[in-house]
Every structure is written in C-alpha cells, then in structure tokens.
Design a protein around this ligand. Structure first.
Ligand code: FES
Length: 190
C-alpha cells in the first residue's frame, strides 16, 4: 500500500496487513533490582540454562539501618583467606552478611545482589556457627557448587541472617570468587 493511499482518518488497526500495535510489544521481565546492571541484563539474555525466579532479598541502604550501640550488637569477624582479621563488625538480628559487608566496605562482591544467582558472596563460616545456621536450600546449594574454593562450611553471604546465637561468628572470604555470568570461568582474586 502506497503511503499516499492511506486514509489519515482510518484507524491504523484496520488497515490491510496491519496488526494491532500491542502484538508487537515484547514482555519485559520485571525486577526490583536495577534492570540496567550488567548482571541482570546478562541473566535475561539466556545465559542461565536453568531459568530461575529472582528472589526478593532486600539489600538495605545506609539510610534505613539503625546500627546497634557499640558492644550491644551481634559480632561478626570477617577474615581473609590467610586467617587475618579484615574487619569485625556488629550487626542486628536479621542482617545478612552480604549487606553488612557492603555497609562496612568488606570486599564481598555480591554480583546478583542477593538473588541467589551467583556465587560471588561466598564465605566460609567457622564450624561452630555453621552448625547453628538453617540448612541451605537447593538454590543456594546449586550456586555453592559453582563457588571457587568450596569448603564443608561454605555459605552464600546473602543467605546468612544474623541471630543472637551467631554472635562471634567468623566469616572467611575465599581467596577468589568466580562470576559465571560476567567473567565466565575466570576467578577474581580478592
Ligand atoms: S549475591 Fe549472588 S548469590 Fe549472594
């Protein structure tokens, strides 16, 4: 149909060969995370063979957190792979290790921001406190299988929530992390 034969007063949807405009609109996956982050983009481009729903674990911002008074919080000692203390912090019940690490500038990546779709928040928990944690679910175990330097007491930092009995926990940062989505098989050293 030539451009000159189109009746400008006729609705587009009834023109010959035309389709309703809505049929051309592709669905956009919804996410509460930043949709422009490299991780989220890559995960929707089909790099994940096992399609998984994103969790809604919140990453709290500085402004929303009330810090415990010194000496009253739940202590967590972050250590490096050589056993050196990186930082000792105090959190509240319900805080997760990844959020605390970010708040206190501990080098724990957390590429998927707590969506259980990477292993870059991998920490090794001391055995005493590891036994106090709820069992990891299947999704966490799947991601742990991809973690660099996996140990018997490995957990994803974003899934470890503080309780009072975890006071004094040691979370050791592995010597490297592997981000399958962004780096492929390359390990990133801390
Ligand atoms: S931040 Fe990706 S699984 Fe914890």
């Amino acid at each position: 149909m030539s451009r000159s034969s189109v009746n400008p007063l006729r609705p587009l949807s009834v023109l010959k060969h035309s389709r309703p405009i809505s049929s051309k609109i592709l669905p956009i996956p919804s996410t509460s995370r930043n949709p422009t982050s490299p991780f989220v983009r890559s995960s929707f481009i089909g790099l994940s063979a096992r399609s998984r729903g994103l969790h809604t674990t919140s990453v709290r911002s500085h402004g929303e957190i009330t810090r415990p008074a010194p000496g009253t919080g739940i202590k967590v000692h972050f250590k490096d792979a050589k056993g050196n203390n990186v930082k000792t912090i105090e959190g509240n019940e319900g805080d997760d290790l990844l959020s605390l690490a970010h708040e206190y500038d501990v080098d724990l990546e957390g590429a998927c921001e707590g969506s259980v779709a990477c292993s870059t928040c991998h920490v090794v928990v001391d055995p005493e406190h590891y036994d106090m944690l709820p069992e990891p679910d299947d999704e966490e175990n799947d991601m742990l299988d991809l973690a660099f330097g996996l140990e018997d007491t490995s957990r994803l930092g974003c899934q470890v929530k503080l309780t009072k009995e975890l006071d004094g926990m040691v979370a050791t940062l592995p010597s490297a992390t592997r981000n399958m989505y962004v780096d492929g098989a390359k390990a990133r050293t801390h």
